[in-house]
Design a binder for this molecule. Sequence first.
Ligand SMILES: Nc1ncnc2c1ncn2[C@@H]1O[C@H](COP(=O)(O)OP(=O)(O)O)[C@@H](O)[C@H]1O
Ligand SMILES: [Mg+2]
Length: 154
Amino acid sequence: MPKKKTKVISIFNNKGGVGKTTITWNLGDALARQGKKVLLIDFDPQSNLSLAVLGEEKFLKLLPSKENPFRFTIRAYLQNFLQNVGEPKLYKHQGDETDVDLVASDAWLNVYSDSINVGSDLLSGTGIERFSVINRIIETANSQNENHFIGVAH
Ligand SMILES: Nc1ncnc2c1ncn2[C@@H]1O[C@H](COP(=O)(O)OP(=O)(O)O)[C@@H](O)[C@H]1O
Ligand SMILES: [Mg+2]
């Protein structure tokens, strides 16, 4: 059987506080309730979407610690990519009250943003590659299982 093509839905507006994350969350949840396989990627260091999907207790358990610096957030993917150390790892998590899968955010995304302009002699990937890493994450997610919809939040 041919593989169903994944749809990526982007909710875009340059302005903050206009409802991008809220729409991503509600749209993702509604599609999941209709039986679609939905993956939400939280690319916002404020982590509102991760908190909405997982709740505070579950989310806090995923965050990096001194002993285990990459842990199970989006950092496990981005830091391996950025420093070219091993395979970037994509961890998906589930909340108790919704059927969406989530790649959890990390406050470290602020550091990632700053790194976009650091020279490629120090870090792997050009500035542009680091900026478009979200496409790599989507490709990785697609190769792992069949997602019908992917939403990215900021
Ligand atoms: N349709 C809506 N009606 C009223 N308040 C909303 C609506 N959509 C979002 N909000 C509220 O507005 C604030 C900003 O929303 P958010 O989704 O975080 O925006 P963005 O992701 O664009 O920064 C939040 O407090 C959210 O609860
Ligand atoms: Mg937002």
